[in-house]
Design a protein around this ligand. Structure first.
Ligand code: NAI
Ligand code: PYR
Length: 321
């Protein structure tokens, strides 16, 4: 299918639980006229394309098909959800060697196709795989981003909306920052509801500092809770990926939590990590540096340190094997 102007094309690599749910979320939205699905399991991509195209007469006219890396040539966006998921008891960081190997087999053929769009990475450990996608691709930093703490931020909004009796989580302005993983933290010092600090509203509700710490911990551990109960998480992240895709494809300049390259922000260098950023058709237009308090800044630094260590070890292991 040849592309005309204003015709947007997305290639999804990884048609598992996360990828196929993202494909469904995109099928229901009026963005991207062409959607290609790539995976090593061809029967699945072909079956999913046939199944998903049946949603289009009732949602949005869209060409959905099973494809190849060569289809990335004229794509606007490549979304990577290929990779092993956590088994119960595993952390996201435990996936690093396995998923770096898978990623290294994906980025090269995408780039070799002539792809010149934006990479959006969701496979875990997402901050590390986003960095590796940037390295492997040779793309500019702004055109490689990860889903980062977008899912965790949604989880924080859900938890705060329940705790503060604000039924619409979209009214909560708060971020989980740092690693998408065990060293992430809630930036409570800047969190607001209708411009009122969350800390003030929490106090009015009789919530103590310990209650907020427990809420943050529950958010941090929510993936483990879901994986223990049903084996995987996919609806939340798929919706976050669809939101990020829309911001990119519609050139929205929307503020969203992502994994972004640090170039001095938060005193950090040479690491991809979760922060709010302005997202548009070029990927990351600008990293927004949240004015964190001292304790939060320390958590951000500690999170970055963990990521850098695992990244270095992971890339060394990849070279050895
Ligand atoms: N960033 C986030 O917030 C979240 C990230 N994830 C991560 O997303 C990834 C995918 O999770 P699920 O979809 O549940 O796993 P899954 O096992 O259901 O799907 C993985 C897919 O990747 C494909 N794949 C494996 N190697 C490939 C290769 N070399 N080339 C192309 N495709 C390949 C598999 O065939 C499979 O279809 C995991 O790493 C998981 O941890 C999951 C939830 C949230
Ligand atoms: C699996 C994962 O990364 C999550 O649900 O947060």
């Amino acid at each position: 299918m040849s592309k005309t102007q204003n015709h947007q094309k997305v290639v999804l690599v990884g048609d598992g639980a996360v990828g196929s749910t993202y494909a469904y979320a995109m099928a229901l939205q009026g963005v991207a006229e062409e959607f290609v699905i790539v995976d090593i399991v061809k029967d699945r991509t072909q079956g999913d394309a046939l199944d998903l195209e049946d949603a289009t007469p009732l949602s949005f006219p869209k060409k959905i098909y099973s494809g190849e890396y060569s289809d990335c040539k004229d794509a606007d966006l490549v979304v990577i959800t290929a990779g092993a998921p956590q088994k119960p008891g595993e952390t996201r960081l435990d996936l690093v060697n396995k998923n770096l190997r898978i990623l290294s087999s994906i980025v090269k053929p995408v780039v070799d196709s002539g792809f010149d769009g934006v990479f959006l990475v969701a496979a875990n450990p997402v901050d590390i795989l986003t960095y590796a996608t940037w390295k492997f691709s040779g793309f500019p930093k702004n055109r490689v981003l990860g889903s980062g703490t977008s899912l965790d931020t949604s989880r924080l909004k859900v938890a705060l909306s329940k705790a503060l009796d604000v039924n619409d989580p979209r009214s909560i302005h708060a971020y989980i920052m740092g690693e998408h993983g065990d060293s992430e933290f809630a930036a409570f010092s800047t969190a607001t509801v209708g411009n009122v600090p969350v800390t003030v509203l929490a106090k009015e509700k009789g919530l103590t500092k310990e209650d907020l710490a427990k809420l943050e911990d529950d958010v941090r551990n929510k993936a483990y809770e879901i994986i223990n109960k049903k084996g995987a998480t996919f609806y939340g992240v798929a919706t976050a990926l669809a939101r990020l895709s829309k911001a990119i494809l519609r050139d929205e300049n929307a503020v969203l939590p992502v994994s972004a390259f640090m170039d001095g922000q938060y005193g950090l260098q040479d690491v991809y990590i979760g922060t709010p950023a302005i997202v548009n058709g070029n990927g990351i237009a600008k990293v927004l540096e949240v004015p964190l308090n001292t304790e939060e800044n320390q958590k951000m630094a500690a999170s970055a340190k963990t990521l850098k260590q695992v990244l270095t070890d992971g890339l060394n292991n990849l070279k050895k094997n």
